[in-house]
Design a protein around this ligand. Structure first.
Ligand code: C2O
Ligand code: CU
Ligand code: CU
Length: 479
Protein backbone atom coordinates (compact mmCIF):
# COMPACT_ATOMS: atom_id res chain seq x y z
CA UNK A 1 0.00 0.00 0.00
CA UNK A 2 1.24 3.46 -0.92
CA UNK A 3 -0.12 6.45 1.02
CA UNK A 4 -0.74 9.42 -1.26
CA UNK A 5 -1.81 12.03 1.28
CA UNK A 6 -0.14 13.69 4.22
CA UNK A 7 -1.27 12.15 7.46
CA UNK A 8 -1.88 15.58 9.01
CA UNK A 9 -4.93 17.62 8.04
CA UNK A 10 -4.51 20.62 5.82
CA UNK A 11 -6.33 22.84 8.32
CA UNK A 12 -3.44 22.45 10.75
CA UNK A 13 -0.57 23.34 8.39
CA UNK A 14 1.74 26.12 9.48
CA UNK A 15 0.72 28.30 6.55
CA UNK A 16 -2.58 29.03 8.24
CA UNK A 17 -0.63 31.09 10.73
CA UNK A 18 -0.75 34.84 10.13
CA UNK A 19 3.05 35.06 10.23
CA UNK A 20 3.68 32.26 7.72
CA UNK A 21 6.52 32.96 5.29
CA UNK A 22 6.34 30.94 2.08
CA UNK A 23 9.58 29.49 0.71
CA UNK A 24 11.00 31.27 -2.31
CA UNK A 25 13.53 29.89 -4.78
CA UNK A 26 16.81 31.77 -4.35
CA UNK A 27 18.51 33.08 -7.49
CA UNK A 28 21.82 31.71 -6.18
CA UNK A 29 23.49 29.14 -8.45
CA UNK A 30 23.14 25.41 -7.78
CA UNK A 31 25.68 23.95 -5.39
CA UNK A 32 26.62 20.47 -4.40
CA UNK A 33 24.75 19.40 -1.27
CA UNK A 34 27.01 19.81 1.72
CA UNK A 35 27.52 16.47 3.45
CA UNK A 36 28.97 16.99 6.91
CA UNK A 37 32.19 15.11 7.55
CA UNK A 38 32.16 12.46 10.24
CA UNK A 39 33.68 13.69 13.51
CA UNK A 40 36.90 11.80 14.29
CA UNK A 41 37.46 10.48 17.80
CA UNK A 42 40.35 11.88 19.83
CA UNK A 43 41.10 8.40 21.06
CA UNK A 44 39.45 5.00 21.13
CA UNK A 45 39.71 1.58 22.72
CA UNK A 46 37.50 -1.48 22.18
CA UNK A 47 34.99 -0.20 24.71
CA UNK A 48 35.50 3.55 25.01
CA UNK A 49 35.60 6.50 22.65
CA UNK A 50 36.66 10.10 23.30
CA UNK A 51 35.40 13.07 21.29
CA UNK A 52 35.76 16.83 21.49
CA UNK A 53 32.81 18.92 20.39
CA UNK A 54 33.42 22.63 20.11
CA UNK A 55 30.72 25.26 19.63
CA UNK A 56 32.41 27.94 17.58
CA UNK A 57 31.66 31.11 15.65
CA UNK A 58 32.70 31.37 12.03
CA UNK A 59 31.88 32.50 8.54
CA UNK A 60 30.44 30.33 5.81
CA UNK A 61 30.32 30.77 2.06
CA UNK A 62 26.65 29.97 1.48
CA UNK A 63 25.81 32.47 -1.25
CA UNK A 64 28.17 34.00 -3.82
CA UNK A 65 29.79 37.19 -2.50
CA UNK A 66 29.94 37.93 1.20
CA UNK A 67 30.24 35.07 3.64
CA UNK A 68 27.50 34.59 6.24
CA UNK A 69 28.36 34.85 9.94
CA UNK A 70 27.35 31.49 11.40
CA UNK A 71 27.91 29.19 14.37
CA UNK A 72 28.64 25.49 14.30
CA UNK A 73 30.11 22.47 16.04
CA UNK A 74 33.72 21.78 15.01
CA UNK A 75 33.10 23.79 11.85
CA UNK A 76 31.61 27.14 10.96
CA UNK A 77 28.01 26.00 10.34
CA UNK A 78 25.91 23.09 11.69
CA UNK A 79 28.33 20.37 12.69
CA UNK A 80 30.30 17.28 11.84
CA UNK A 81 28.24 14.10 12.03
CA UNK A 82 28.78 12.28 15.31
CA UNK A 83 28.50 8.50 15.15
CA UNK A 84 27.79 6.55 18.33
CA UNK A 85 27.88 2.78 18.55
CA UNK A 86 25.35 1.28 20.91
CA UNK A 87 27.10 -0.56 23.73
CA UNK A 88 30.14 1.73 23.94
CA UNK A 89 31.16 4.28 26.56
CA UNK A 90 31.72 7.86 25.50
CA UNK A 91 33.74 10.69 26.97
CA UNK A 92 32.92 13.96 25.29
CA UNK A 93 34.76 17.20 25.97
CA UNK A 94 32.46 20.15 25.40
CA UNK A 95 34.18 23.35 24.39
CA UNK A 96 32.71 26.76 23.83
CA UNK A 97 34.48 29.48 21.90
CA UNK A 98 31.33 31.50 21.27
CA UNK A 99 30.98 34.95 22.82
CA UNK A 100 28.35 33.61 25.28
CA UNK A 101 27.32 30.48 27.17
CA UNK A 102 25.61 27.62 25.38
CA UNK A 103 24.56 24.04 26.15
CA UNK A 104 24.97 20.78 24.25
CA UNK A 105 21.68 18.88 24.13
CA UNK A 106 21.59 15.34 22.73
CA UNK A 107 18.09 15.24 21.31
CA UNK A 108 16.80 11.66 21.41
CA UNK A 109 19.77 10.19 23.22
CA UNK A 110 18.95 8.02 26.23
CA UNK A 111 21.23 9.52 28.89
CA UNK A 112 20.87 10.84 32.46
CA UNK A 113 19.52 14.32 33.08
CA UNK A 114 20.00 17.15 33.52
CA UNK A 115 23.75 17.53 32.95
CA UNK A 116 24.65 14.86 30.37
CA UNK A 117 21.36 15.47 28.55
CA UNK A 118 22.55 19.04 28.09
CA UNK A 119 19.35 21.02 28.53
CA UNK A 120 19.34 24.44 30.13
CA UNK A 121 20.80 23.26 33.45
CA UNK A 122 24.08 22.31 31.82
CA UNK A 123 25.68 25.56 30.67
CA UNK A 124 29.13 25.49 29.13
CA UNK A 125 30.79 28.89 29.47
CA UNK A 126 33.24 30.34 26.96
CA UNK A 127 36.75 29.16 27.68
CA UNK A 128 35.58 26.68 30.37
CA UNK A 129 35.36 23.23 28.80
CA UNK A 130 33.54 20.45 30.57
CA UNK A 131 33.40 16.70 30.06
CA UNK A 132 30.45 14.33 30.00
CA UNK A 133 30.66 10.57 30.29
CA UNK A 134 27.90 8.20 29.31
CA UNK A 135 27.10 4.86 27.76
CA UNK A 136 25.10 4.67 24.55
CA UNK A 137 22.58 1.88 24.85
CA UNK A 138 19.67 2.20 22.45
CA UNK A 139 18.63 1.10 18.95
CA UNK A 140 20.21 2.54 15.81
CA UNK A 141 18.65 5.92 14.99
CA UNK A 142 19.10 9.41 13.61
CA UNK A 143 19.35 11.87 16.49
CA UNK A 144 20.77 15.35 16.73
CA UNK A 145 22.82 17.67 18.82
CA UNK A 146 21.60 21.21 19.35
CA UNK A 147 22.10 24.09 21.72
CA UNK A 148 19.48 24.50 24.47
CA UNK A 149 20.18 27.53 26.68
CA UNK A 150 16.95 28.91 28.06
CA UNK A 151 15.51 31.12 26.78
CA UNK A 152 17.97 31.45 23.89
CA UNK A 153 17.62 28.12 22.10
CA UNK A 154 16.00 29.84 19.11
CA UNK A 155 18.90 32.27 18.81
CA UNK A 156 21.55 29.54 19.06
CA UNK A 157 19.94 27.12 16.64
CA UNK A 158 19.19 29.90 14.15
CA UNK A 159 22.90 30.75 14.11
CA UNK A 160 23.65 27.15 13.17
CA UNK A 161 24.15 25.10 16.33
CA UNK A 162 22.68 21.80 15.13
CA UNK A 163 24.49 18.63 14.09
CA UNK A 164 23.49 15.14 12.99
CA UNK A 165 24.06 12.27 15.42
CA UNK A 166 23.81 8.70 14.16
CA UNK A 167 23.51 5.73 16.50
CA UNK A 168 24.53 2.37 15.04
CA UNK A 169 23.76 -1.06 16.38
CA UNK A 170 24.13 -4.66 15.30
CA UNK A 171 20.48 -5.25 14.54
CA UNK A 172 20.22 -2.42 12.03
CA UNK A 173 23.55 -3.48 10.53
CA UNK A 174 21.92 -6.75 9.42
CA UNK A 175 19.10 -5.09 7.49
CA UNK A 176 19.50 -4.71 3.71
CA UNK A 177 19.52 -0.89 3.85
CA UNK A 178 22.00 1.56 2.34
CA UNK A 179 24.57 2.66 4.93
CA UNK A 180 27.59 3.95 3.04
CA UNK A 181 27.76 7.41 4.61
CA UNK A 182 27.92 10.25 2.12
CA UNK A 183 27.37 7.96 -0.87
CA UNK A 184 24.00 6.27 -0.37
CA UNK A 185 23.23 7.28 3.20
CA UNK A 186 23.04 11.01 3.87
CA UNK A 187 21.70 13.39 6.50
CA UNK A 188 19.24 15.93 5.11
CA UNK A 189 18.82 18.80 7.56
CA UNK A 190 15.85 20.95 6.61
CA UNK A 191 16.08 24.61 7.63
CA UNK A 192 15.04 28.02 6.37
CA UNK A 193 16.69 31.42 6.64
CA UNK A 194 16.29 34.90 5.22
CA UNK A 195 19.50 36.48 3.89
CA UNK A 196 19.83 40.26 3.94
CA UNK A 197 21.58 42.25 1.20
CA UNK A 198 24.91 41.48 2.90
CA UNK A 199 24.14 37.74 2.98
CA UNK A 200 23.61 37.83 6.76
CA UNK A 201 20.89 36.35 8.98
CA UNK A 202 19.11 38.68 11.41
CA UNK A 203 17.35 36.67 14.09
CA UNK A 204 16.02 39.67 15.99
CA UNK A 205 14.56 41.20 12.86
CA UNK A 206 13.01 37.95 11.60
CA UNK A 207 11.90 36.84 15.08
CA UNK A 208 8.29 35.71 15.45
CA UNK A 209 7.02 34.54 18.86
CA UNK A 210 5.01 31.85 17.07
CA UNK A 211 8.14 30.54 15.39
CA UNK A 212 10.77 32.20 13.25
CA UNK A 213 10.88 31.35 9.57
CA UNK A 214 13.02 32.35 6.61
CA UNK A 215 12.17 32.47 2.95
CA UNK A 216 15.08 30.44 1.60
CA UNK A 217 15.41 26.69 2.10
CA UNK A 218 18.77 25.73 3.56
CA UNK A 219 19.52 22.03 3.22
CA UNK A 220 22.57 20.89 5.22
CA UNK A 221 23.51 24.56 5.05
CA UNK A 222 23.33 24.61 1.22
CA UNK A 223 21.12 26.86 -0.90
CA UNK A 224 19.84 25.31 -4.18
CA UNK A 225 21.58 22.00 -3.54
CA UNK A 226 21.98 18.97 -5.75
CA UNK A 227 23.15 15.49 -4.86
CA UNK A 228 24.92 13.14 -7.27
CA UNK A 229 23.18 9.78 -7.23
CA UNK A 230 25.60 6.93 -7.94
CA UNK A 231 23.65 4.04 -6.44
CA UNK A 232 20.17 2.80 -7.21
CA UNK A 233 19.00 3.26 -3.64
CA UNK A 234 19.68 6.21 -1.40
CA UNK A 235 18.82 6.57 2.28
CA UNK A 236 17.89 10.07 3.36
CA UNK A 237 17.94 10.86 7.06
CA UNK A 238 15.56 13.79 7.20
CA UNK A 239 15.77 16.06 10.20
CA UNK A 240 13.47 19.05 10.58
CA UNK A 241 16.05 21.36 12.12
CA UNK A 242 13.93 24.46 11.58
CA UNK A 243 12.85 26.75 14.37
CA UNK A 244 9.28 26.67 13.13
CA UNK A 245 8.74 25.33 9.62
CA UNK A 246 6.93 22.10 8.79
CA UNK A 247 8.19 20.44 5.63
CA UNK A 248 5.70 18.80 3.30
CA UNK A 249 7.96 16.60 1.23
CA UNK A 250 7.26 14.99 -2.11
CA UNK A 251 9.25 14.17 -5.23
CA UNK A 252 8.86 14.79 -8.93
CA UNK A 253 6.98 11.92 -10.65
CA UNK A 254 5.56 11.23 -7.18
CA UNK A 255 8.47 8.90 -6.61
CA UNK A 256 7.69 6.71 -3.62
CA UNK A 257 9.53 7.27 -0.34
CA UNK A 258 9.89 4.18 1.79
CA UNK A 259 10.09 5.27 5.40
CA UNK A 260 12.15 2.81 7.42
CA UNK A 261 12.82 4.75 10.62
CA UNK A 262 11.35 7.47 12.80
CA UNK A 263 12.93 9.54 15.59
CA UNK A 264 14.15 6.71 17.80
CA UNK A 265 14.95 4.01 15.29
CA UNK A 266 13.82 1.47 12.74
CA UNK A 267 10.06 1.09 12.19
CA UNK A 268 8.47 -2.33 12.70
CA UNK A 269 7.35 -2.24 9.06
CA UNK A 270 8.33 0.03 6.17
CA UNK A 271 5.75 2.66 5.19
CA UNK A 272 5.40 3.55 1.50
CA UNK A 273 4.30 7.08 0.73
CA UNK A 274 4.47 9.83 -1.86
CA UNK A 275 3.95 12.61 0.69
CA UNK A 276 5.61 13.04 4.04
CA UNK A 277 5.08 15.90 6.45
CA UNK A 278 7.70 16.37 9.13
CA UNK A 279 7.31 18.78 12.06
CA UNK A 280 10.06 20.52 14.04
CA UNK A 281 12.75 18.22 15.45
CA UNK A 282 11.23 15.04 14.00
CA UNK A 283 13.37 12.66 11.98
CA UNK A 284 12.37 10.27 9.22
CA UNK A 285 14.68 7.93 7.37
CA UNK A 286 13.44 7.16 3.88
CA UNK A 287 14.82 5.05 1.07
CA UNK A 288 14.50 6.31 -2.49
CA UNK A 289 14.77 3.79 -5.32
CA UNK A 290 16.00 5.45 -8.51
CA UNK A 291 15.77 2.18 -10.48
CA UNK A 292 13.56 3.61 -13.23
CA UNK A 293 15.90 6.50 -14.06
CA UNK A 294 18.88 6.68 -16.39
CA UNK A 295 22.06 8.74 -16.31
CA UNK A 296 21.32 12.41 -16.95
CA UNK A 297 17.85 12.31 -15.41
CA UNK A 298 16.97 14.58 -12.53
CA UNK A 299 14.57 14.02 -9.67
CA UNK A 300 13.48 16.95 -7.52
CA UNK A 301 12.44 17.03 -3.87
CA UNK A 302 9.83 19.65 -3.04
CA UNK A 303 8.33 21.13 0.07
CA UNK A 304 4.85 22.24 -0.92
CA UNK A 305 5.54 23.75 -4.37
CA UNK A 306 9.11 24.83 -3.79
CA UNK A 307 11.99 22.71 -5.12
CA UNK A 308 14.50 22.21 -2.30
CA UNK A 309 16.92 19.48 -3.43
CA UNK A 310 17.77 18.00 -6.81
CA UNK A 311 19.02 14.47 -7.37
CA UNK A 312 21.24 14.13 -10.46
CA UNK A 313 21.25 10.57 -11.67
CA UNK A 314 24.55 9.00 -12.76
CA UNK A 315 25.25 5.46 -13.87
CA UNK A 316 24.73 2.94 -11.09
CA UNK A 317 24.88 -0.84 -10.73
CA UNK A 318 21.46 -2.49 -10.50
CA UNK A 319 20.35 -3.21 -6.94
CA UNK A 320 17.75 -5.92 -6.46
CA UNK A 321 17.75 -5.94 -2.67
CA UNK A 322 14.25 -5.75 -1.28
CA UNK A 323 13.22 -4.01 1.87
CA UNK A 324 11.75 -6.70 4.13
CA UNK A 325 8.09 -6.43 5.20
CA UNK A 326 9.14 -6.77 8.81
CA UNK A 327 12.11 -4.66 9.89
CA UNK A 328 12.16 -4.97 13.66
CA UNK A 329 10.05 -5.69 16.72
CA UNK A 330 9.16 -2.97 19.17
CA UNK A 331 8.82 -4.46 22.65
CA UNK A 332 7.79 -1.49 24.73
CA UNK A 333 7.02 -2.45 28.35
CA UNK A 334 3.41 -2.48 29.54
CA UNK A 335 1.93 0.30 31.64
CA UNK A 336 1.16 -0.44 35.27
CA UNK A 337 -2.65 0.05 35.34
CA UNK A 338 -2.52 1.65 38.78
CA UNK A 339 -0.14 4.42 37.65
CA UNK A 340 -1.67 7.88 37.21
CA UNK A 341 -1.86 9.31 33.69
CA UNK A 342 0.37 12.36 33.24
CA UNK A 343 -1.31 15.37 31.68
CA UNK A 344 0.38 17.91 29.43
CA UNK A 345 -1.85 20.66 28.04
CA UNK A 346 -0.24 22.96 25.50
CA UNK A 347 -2.20 26.17 25.15
CA UNK A 348 -1.89 29.64 23.68
CA UNK A 349 0.00 31.19 20.83
CA UNK A 350 2.55 34.02 20.56
CA UNK A 351 3.53 35.35 24.01
CA UNK A 352 0.66 33.46 25.68
CA UNK A 353 2.09 29.95 25.26
CA UNK A 354 1.93 27.71 28.33
CA UNK A 355 1.93 24.11 29.54
CA UNK A 356 -0.75 23.23 32.09
CA UNK A 357 -1.49 26.92 32.55
CA UNK A 358 2.09 27.84 33.46
CA UNK A 359 5.15 29.20 31.77
CA UNK A 360 8.42 27.34 32.19
CA UNK A 361 10.08 27.76 35.55
CA UNK A 362 13.70 26.67 35.62
CA UNK A 363 13.61 26.00 39.37
CA UNK A 364 10.20 24.28 39.42
CA UNK A 365 9.66 20.52 39.00
CA UNK A 366 6.31 20.02 37.26
CA UNK A 367 5.94 16.25 37.25
CA UNK A 368 7.59 13.08 38.52
CA UNK A 369 7.98 9.53 37.30
CA UNK A 370 9.78 6.62 38.85
CA UNK A 371 12.80 5.23 37.07
CA UNK A 372 12.04 2.08 35.10
CA UNK A 373 8.23 2.40 35.31
CA UNK A 374 6.18 2.76 32.14
CA UNK A 375 3.37 5.30 32.33
CA UNK A 376 0.89 7.04 30.05
CA UNK A 377 1.29 10.67 29.12
CA UNK A 378 -1.65 12.46 27.53
CA UNK A 379 -0.50 15.39 25.43
CA UNK A 380 -3.24 17.86 24.56
CA UNK A 381 -3.20 20.82 22.20
CA UNK A 382 -6.06 23.17 23.03
CA UNK A 383 -5.44 25.69 20.24
CA UNK A 384 -8.55 25.73 18.14
CA UNK A 385 -8.80 29.30 16.91
CA UNK A 386 -8.60 29.75 13.15
CA UNK A 387 -7.65 26.19 12.28
CA UNK A 388 -5.27 26.15 15.24
CA UNK A 389 -1.65 25.17 14.99
CA UNK A 390 0.34 22.00 15.42
CA UNK A 391 2.62 21.89 18.44
CA UNK A 392 5.43 19.36 17.96
CA UNK A 393 5.74 17.92 21.46
CA UNK A 394 9.12 16.62 22.57
CA UNK A 395 10.35 14.99 25.72
CA UNK A 396 13.93 14.60 26.85
CA UNK A 397 15.15 11.43 28.48
CA UNK A 398 14.27 8.72 26.00
CA UNK A 399 11.79 7.45 23.48
CA UNK A 400 8.06 6.95 23.82
CA UNK A 401 5.59 4.77 21.99
CA UNK A 402 2.54 6.47 20.51
CA UNK A 403 -0.71 4.80 21.59
CA UNK A 404 -3.43 6.94 20.04
CA UNK A 405 -4.54 10.24 18.56
CA UNK A 406 -7.91 11.27 20.06
CA UNK A 407 -8.48 7.61 20.81
CA UNK A 408 -7.80 6.54 17.21
CA UNK A 409 -4.78 4.74 15.81
CA UNK A 410 -1.60 6.76 15.39
CA UNK A 411 -0.46 7.57 11.85
CA UNK A 412 1.04 4.61 9.95
CA UNK A 413 4.61 5.91 10.37
CA UNK A 414 4.24 6.37 14.15
CA UNK A 415 4.58 2.75 15.25
CA UNK A 416 8.27 2.97 16.10
CA UNK A 417 10.13 4.85 18.81
CA UNK A 418 9.48 8.57 18.90
CA UNK A 419 10.68 11.49 20.98
CA UNK A 420 8.80 14.20 19.12
CA UNK A 421 5.25 14.19 17.83
CA UNK A 422 3.14 16.75 16.02
CA UNK A 423 -0.05 17.24 18.05
CA UNK A 424 -2.94 18.67 16.04
CA UNK A 425 -5.18 21.44 17.32
CA UNK A 426 -7.92 20.01 19.50
CA UNK A 427 -6.17 16.68 19.82
CA UNK A 428 -4.93 14.52 22.68
CA UNK A 429 -2.10 12.16 21.85
CA UNK A 430 -1.53 9.35 24.31
CA UNK A 431 1.96 7.94 24.55
CA UNK A 432 3.59 5.52 26.93
CA UNK A 433 6.95 6.44 28.27
CA UNK A 434 9.60 4.80 30.32
CA UNK A 435 12.82 6.42 31.52
CA UNK A 436 16.00 4.41 31.78
CA UNK A 437 18.03 7.04 33.62
CA UNK A 438 17.24 9.32 36.54
CA UNK A 439 17.44 13.08 36.50
CA UNK A 440 15.60 16.23 35.56
CA UNK A 441 14.26 16.24 32.01
CA UNK A 442 12.50 18.95 30.03
CA UNK A 443 9.43 18.47 27.88
CA UNK A 444 8.17 21.13 25.54
CA UNK A 445 6.85 22.29 22.21
CA UNK A 446 9.69 22.14 19.66
CA UNK A 447 8.61 25.27 17.82
CA UNK A 448 11.69 26.77 19.33
CA UNK A 449 10.20 30.20 20.00
CA UNK A 450 7.33 28.51 21.87
CA UNK A 451 9.85 26.61 23.97
CA UNK A 452 11.82 29.81 24.65
CA UNK A 453 8.53 31.60 25.30
CA UNK A 454 7.61 29.19 28.08
CA UNK A 455 5.73 26.28 26.48
CA UNK A 456 8.02 24.00 28.43
CA UNK A 457 8.05 22.12 31.72
CA UNK A 458 10.36 19.68 33.49
CA UNK A 459 10.02 16.44 35.39
CA UNK A 460 12.10 14.49 37.83
CA UNK A 461 12.73 10.83 37.14
CA UNK A 462 13.31 9.50 40.62
CA UNK A 463 14.76 6.41 42.22
CA UNK A 464 13.68 4.60 45.36
CA UNK A 465 16.96 5.19 47.16
CA UNK A 466 16.76 9.00 46.80
CA UNK A 467 13.28 9.99 45.61
CA UNK A 468 13.80 13.73 46.11
CA UNK A 469 17.39 13.97 45.01
CA UNK A 470 18.42 17.60 44.64
CA UNK A 471 20.08 18.73 41.46
CA UNK A 472 21.81 22.03 40.95
CA UNK A 473 19.42 23.85 38.67
CA UNK A 474 20.30 26.88 36.65
CA UNK A 475 18.10 29.86 37.43
CA UNK A 476 17.07 31.90 34.42
CA UNK A 477 17.83 35.03 36.43
CA UNK A 478 21.50 34.13 36.56
CA UNK A 479 21.72 34.33 32.77
CU1 C2O B 1 15.49 19.16 20.76
CU2 C2O B 1 14.56 20.21 24.55
O1 C2O B 1 15.05 19.69 22.64
CU1 CU C 1 15.56 16.99 23.35
CU1 CU D 1 4.05 25.22 19.95
Amino acid sequence: KVYNNYFFNESAYDYHDGGYIPLEVSDAPESKLNIPEVLKPDKETDTDIWYTVEAQPGETQILPGKKTKTWGYNQSLLGKTIIYESGKNYHVTLKNTLPELTTFHWHGLDVPGPYVDGGCHAPVFPGKPSEINFKVDQPAATLWLHAHPCPLTGWDVWHGLAAPVIVKDQEEAKLPLPRNYGVDDIPVILQDRTFDENNQWNYDKDYDPDGTEGKTALINGTVNPYFDVTTQKVRLRFLDGSNRREWRLHLSDDLVMTQVASDGGILPEPVYMTKLMITCAERAEVILDFGKYKPGDEVTLYSDDTPILKFKIHAFAPDNTEIPDQLTKIDYPEVDPSAPVHQVVMSGTDEEVEINGKKFGMMRIDDRQELGKTEYWDITNTNDCCGGMIHPYHTHGGQFKVISRNGKAPYPNEHGYKDTIGVNAGETVRVKMRFNYPGIFMYHCHIIEHEDGGMMAQMQVWTKDDPHKKYKLMDMKTL
